[in-house]
Design a protein around this ligand. Structure first.
Ligand SMILES: [Zn+2]
Length: 140
C-alpha cells in the first residue's frame, strides 16, 4: 500500500499544481481574450474615425463658411452702430459688454435698473449703462 500512498501523494502534489496551472491558463486565456477584444474594438474605432474623417472635414468646412458669413454679418451690423455707441462698446472692459434687462434687472449683475434708466431704455435714444456693473443695457 506504500506505493499507492506514494502515488496518491504524487497525485495530491500534482493536483493543486495542475489546478494552479489551469487557473494560470484560464487567467491567461481571459486576459488574452480581453486584449483581443480591446484590440478589435480599437481597430473598429480607428476604422470608424477614419471613415468619419471626410464627413468631419466637410462639416468643419461648412462651419468655417458659416463663421465667415456670421462675421461678415456682424461687420455689417457694426457699421450701422452709431460711432458713439461703438466707442462705448469698445471701451467696455466687462465681458460681455452688453447685458439684457430682464424683470427690470441687469441680467449680468442682477442689480435693479432705476426707473429713469428703464424710461431711457424704453425711449431708446441713448445708451443706458448698468449703474452697478457699467454694462450697456438692452431691452428684453
Ligand atoms: Zn449690471
Amino acid at each position: 500500500m506504500g506505493g499507492g500512498l506514494a502515488a496518491g501523494a504524487v497525485v495530491l502534489e500534482i493536483k493543486p499544481r495542475a489546478q494552479r496551472v489551469r487557473v494560470v491558463e484560464l487567467v491567461g486565456a481571459v486576459a488574452l481574450q480581453a486584449v483581443r477584444e480591446a484590440t478589435a474594438q480599437l481597430e473598429a474605432t480607428r476604422r470608424q474615425s477614419t471613415s468619419k474623417e471626410p464627413a468631419l472635414r466637410r462639416e468643419l468646412k461648412a462651419w468655417g463658411a458659416e463663421l465667415a458669413e456670421v462675421e461678415a454679418e456682424r461687420d455689417g451690423i457694426w457699421e450701422q452702430v452709431p460711432p458713439k455707441a461703438q466707442a462705448a462698446y469698445s471701451r467696455m472692459r466687462m465681458q460681455p459688454p452688453v447685458a439684457q434687462v430682464l424683470n427690470n434687472q441687469c441680467s449680468a449683475c442682477r442689480v435693479t435698473v432705476t426707473s429713469s434708466g428703464m424710461q431711457m431704455l424704453r425711449k431708446g435714444d441713448e445708451l443706458v449703462h448698468c449703474e452697478h456693473c457699467g454694462r450697456i443695457l438692452v431691452r428684453d
